[in-house]
Write a protein that binds this ligand. Structure first.
Ligand SMILES: Cc1cc2nc3c(=O)[nH]c(=O)nc-3n(C[C@H](O)[C@H](O)[C@H](O)COP(=O)(O)OP(=O)(O)OC[C@H]3O[C@@H](n4cnc5c(N)ncnc54)[C@H](O)[C@@H]3O)c2cc1C
Length: 416
C-alpha cells in the first residue's frame, strides 16, 4: 500500500501539533508541512497554554524544553499614577516563536514528516471523487517554477488570513466578524523595571498599552498596543495594504504623548523589525472542510485574543483531527472532527461579557477606566484569596495519548 499523503499548509501551532500526532500515530502517513516564513524566523510575542491543551502538549513529551523557555512572568499589573492591582498569569507562558520552534522540531524528528519552509500553495484542485486526490501547485519563495504534487488530504493550518480557506471556500465577507479592535505587537529593548510582572495601562479614547517580560535574562520586552478607535483612516489604509511603515506612523500618531511608557514604546516601535499589526477578526465558517481539504485552528475558527482561546483550540483541534485521520484517512475523518469539536469551539468563541468585553476592557472615558480598574482589583484580590496553589505545569504524566487517558479533554466531551 502506498502511504497516505497529507499536506499541512502552515507550520504555526496547529500545523506542527497535527503533523506530530499524525506521524506518531502511524508510519503509513507521509506528511508534508509548508510554511511561508523562514525556518529560523521566530515570530510573535507571548502566549499562554492552559488546560486542556496543556494535556495534549504533555503527551508530546516536550514539557522539559518548554519549561526552560518559560518567560517566567509572575503576574499582571494594571498601572496608573496612583494604584497597582495584580492578577495571576496563566499555566505555561511562552514566546510564540519559542513554542513554534519546539513544536516544529518535535514533529520534524519523525521520518515521515517533511517541512518545506518559504513555500506555499499556489493552487489546489480536487480531482474527480473516485480518484480522490488533491492536486496542489507549490511554490518556493524566489523561484518562478511551481511543482505540482498530489495529496490524499490537505489541511489548511495557515492562520486567520488563510489562503487555503480562500482557495476552497471563496472569500465570503460573511465569515469575517471584525470586532472593531486593532492590535499591534513588537519587541522593545528591556529595562530593569520590565521584570518580572507584565504591566498594562489604559488611556482614554479606547487605547491600551501592555508590556510583557520575555525572560529574566532576555534583552527584550514584548509590547502590545490595542485600540478600538475606528476613526483612523490612515491605519485602515495601511492595514489593507500591509504597509508596515504607514501602520507604525498611524499608531505613533495615536499613542505618542499618552504618558506612562508611551514615549519609550513608540520610539522603539518605529525601529522594531518584528512589528505586526492587524484588525482583530473572528472567523465563523458554516463548515470546516470541503471534500478532501479541511481547515484547522485560526483558519477555521479564529476566536480572537479577547477569548484567550486561540492557542488552546489550535492544539486541541490538531490533536482531535490527527486522531480522526488516523482512524479513517478519508473525508469521514473531517466530518467526525467537526462533529466532535464544533460545539466546544463555538462555546470558546463567545466573546465574554455578552460580547461587550472589548468595549469594557478598553474603555473610552476616564470614568470607564476607573470602573474597569476597580473591578479588576476586586477580581484579582478574590482570585488570590480563593486560588489553590496550581500544580507546576508539566508535573502530570500522560503515557498513552491514543488510549485517551486524557481526563481533562474527556471531561469537556472531547474524548472519543
Ligand atoms: C506572525 C504571528 C505572530 C503571532 N503572535 C501572537 C502572539 O504574540 N500572541 C498570541 O497569543 N498569538 C499570536 N499569534 C496567533 C496565534 O499563533 C494563533 O492565534 C493561534 O495559536 C492559532 O494557531 P494557528 O496554528 O491556527 O495559526 P498561526 O499561529 O497563525 O499559524 C499559521 C501559520 O501559517 C503560516 N502561513 C500563513 N499563510 C500561509 C501560506 N499562505 N502558506 C504557508 N504558510 C502560511 C504562518 O506563517 C503561520 O506560521 C500570532 C500569529 C502569527 C502568524
Amino acid at each position: 500500500m502506498p502511504p497516505t499523503k497529507i499536506l499541512v499548509n502552515g507550520a504555526g501551532i496547529s500545523g506542527s501539533v497535527l503533523a506530530f500526532f499524525l506521524a506518531k500515530h502511524s508510519p503509513k502517513f507521509s506528511i508534508t508541512v509548508l510554511e511561508r516564513s523562514r525556518a529560523n524566523q521566530k515570530l510573535g510575542q507571548g502566549l499562554e497554554i492552559e488546560e486542556p491543551a496543556l494535556t495534549v502538549v504533555k503527551a508530546m513529551e516536550i514539557m522539559d524544553q518548554l519549561q526552560q523557555l518559560r518567560t517566567g512572568e509572575l503576574g499582571f499589573r494594571l498601572v496608573d499614577k496612583r494604584a497597582r492591582s495584580r492578577g495571576p498569569t496563566g499555566a505555561l507562558e511562552l514566546m510564540r516563536g519559542d513554542l513554534t520552534e519546539v513544536l516544529y522540531k518535535a514533529a520534524d524528528a519523525f521520518e515521515n514528516v517533511n517541512y518545506r519552509f518559504e513555500s506555499t500553495v499556489k493552487s489546489m484542485v480536487e480531482t474527480e471523487k473516485e480518484k480522490g486526490k488533491v492536486v496542489v501547485e507549490i511554490q518556493k519563495r524566489g523561484e518562478e517554477n511551481v511543482s505540482t504534487e498530489e495529496f490524499d488530504l490537505v489541511v489548511g493550518a495557515d492562520g486567520v488570513r488563510s489562503t487555503t480557506r480562500q482557495m476552497v471556500m471563496g472569500d465570503s465577507r460573511d465569515w469575517y466578524k471584525p470586532l472593531g479592535a486593532y492590535v499591534a505587537y513588537f519587541s522593545i529593548p528591556k529595562e530593569d523595571r520590565d521584570w518580572p510582572d507584565s504591566k498594562a495601562c489604559h488611556f482614554t479614547n479606547r487605547r491600551f498599552m501592555w508590556l510583557r517580560p520575555t525572560g529574566e535574562h532576555s534583552k527584550q520586552t514584548s509590547a502590545y498596543l490595542i485600540h478600538m478607535n475606528n476613526n483612523v483612516p490612515a491605519l485602515h489604509e495601511a492595514n489593507a495594504t500591509g504597509d508596515r511603515a504607514k501602520q507604525k506612523q498611524a499608531l505613533a500618531d495615536l499613542f505618542s504623548n499618552c504618558g506612562w511608557e508611551s514615549k519609550r514604546v513608540i520610539e522603539q516601535m518605529l525601529k522594531a523589525d518584528n512589528f505586526y499589526s492587524d484588525e482583530i477578526v473572528q472567523i465563523k465558517l458554516p463548515t470546516w472542510s470541503k471534500g478532501r481539504v479541511a481547515l484547522l485552528g485560526d483558519a477555521a475558527w479564529a476566536p480572537t485574543p479577547f477569548t484567550g482561546q486561540g492557542n488552546q483550540l489550535a492544539i486541541i483541534g490538531a490533536w482531535v483531527l490527527a486522531q480522526e485521520i488516523s482512524r479513517d484517512s478519508s473525508t469521514i475523518a473531517f466530518e467526525k472532527y467537526e462533529k466532535r469539536l464544533r460545539e466546544y469551539v463555538e462555546e470558546c468563541q463567545q466573546i465574554p461579557l455578552g460580547g461587550y468585553m472589548p468595549a469594557l476592557v478598553v474603555p473610552e472615558t476616564r470614568l470607564g477606566i476607573w470602573l474597569f480598574r476597580t473591578v479588576f482589583s476586586i477580581m484579582a484580590w478574590f482570585i488570590k484569596l480563593t486560588q489553590r496553589k496550581k500544580p507546576a505545569a508539566g508535573s502530570g504524566k500522560v503515557d498513552k495519548p491514543f488510549d485517551l487517558q486524557m481526563d481533562k479533554l474527556e471531561s469537556k466531551g472531547l474524548g472519543q
